[in-house]
Design a protein around this ligand. Structure first.
Ligand code: ADP
Ligand code: MG
Length: 238
């Protein structure tokens, strides 16, 4: 069985069906992007995997376990958001340590684990600073580190680079991909930016109106778009 497996999953808010009979598999260590226009259901699908939304139909497996009904904290899934969501009154060190502090780990272990991820995201010289003293890119590195410090099985990233300007964004794309390969961690990365999806991913899941219309490597998406929607969505950047 695959690392993550979604079978015939459907979700409605009231009578609005937002995810429609979605099925896919993800292997351990893959970087998958969910690519699609605003409102197609990308964030909802991520939130389902994180355990933050209840769905009506289907099943969700992580490492062979049916996690459809488990609590978010029991899933060992990390999440990074567009708006960083850091605590303004805590230092970078304290922000990153937060998840470990909650677990009441010994101080020296917390220090060791925080420093491990701080190095991964190149923030060694910023640990005593506060979020407002950092650039947007550095704040997003902090939230990456904060998610990684608990060693999640899967890292979910919901448009993490959308608030950043082009240059910093390009650098972080490269850095995230490198980090992902170094750790061998499975990532699901949401974006509405075709170019970002093409650069980053092992495979892209193209979404439209609550469905995955095609899942393929970037090269195959270009060479063989399944329909007009995919062709125009993929071809639509320069
Ligand atoms: P995306 O991330 O691709 O922009 P979303 O997953 O946020 O899309 O939203 C998909 C659809 O579900 C949209 O029509 C949105 O308005 C709707 N939606 C999202 N969350 C809720 C909610 N909590 N209640 C009702 N409708 C929602
Ligand atoms: Mg969204």
């Amino acid at each position: 069985m695959s690392f993550i497996s979604v079978e015939n999953l459907s979700l409605s808010f009231g009578n609005h069906e937002v995810l429609k009979d979605i099925s896919f598999q993800i292997e351990e260590g893959e970087l998958i992007t969910l690519l699609g226009p605003s409102g197609c259901g990308k964030s909802t699908l991520l939130r389902v995997i994180a355990g933050l939304e209840v769905f009506q139909e289907g099943n969700l497996f992580l490492e062979e376990d049916d996690i459809s009904n488990t609590l978010p904290r029991d899933r060992n899934v990390g999440m990074v958001f567009q708006n960083y969501a850091l605590f303004p009154n805590m230092t970078i060190f304290e922000n990153i340590a937060f998840g470990l502090t909650l677990k009441k780990l010994p101080k020296d272990e917390i220090h060791r684990e925080v420093m491990r991820v701080v190095r991964l995201v190149n923030l060694e010289d910023k640990i005593d600073h506060y979020p407002h003293q950092l650039s947007g890119g550095q704040q997003q590195r902090t939230s990456l580190a904060r998610s990684l410090v608990t060693k999640p099985k899967v890292l979910l990233l919901d448009e993490p680079l959308s608030a950043l300007d082009a240059k910093i964004r390009k650098q972080l794309q490269v850095d995230i991909r490198e980090l992902q390969k170094t750790l061998g961690i499975t990532m699901i990365f949401v974006t509405h930016d075709q170019e970002e999806a093409m650069i980053l991913s092992d495979r892209v899941f193209v979404m439209s109106e609550g469905k995955i219309v095609q899942s393929a490597t970037p090269a195959d998406l270009y060479a063989q778009p399944k329909n007009q929607f995919v062709a125009s969505f993929i071809g639509n950047y320069n």
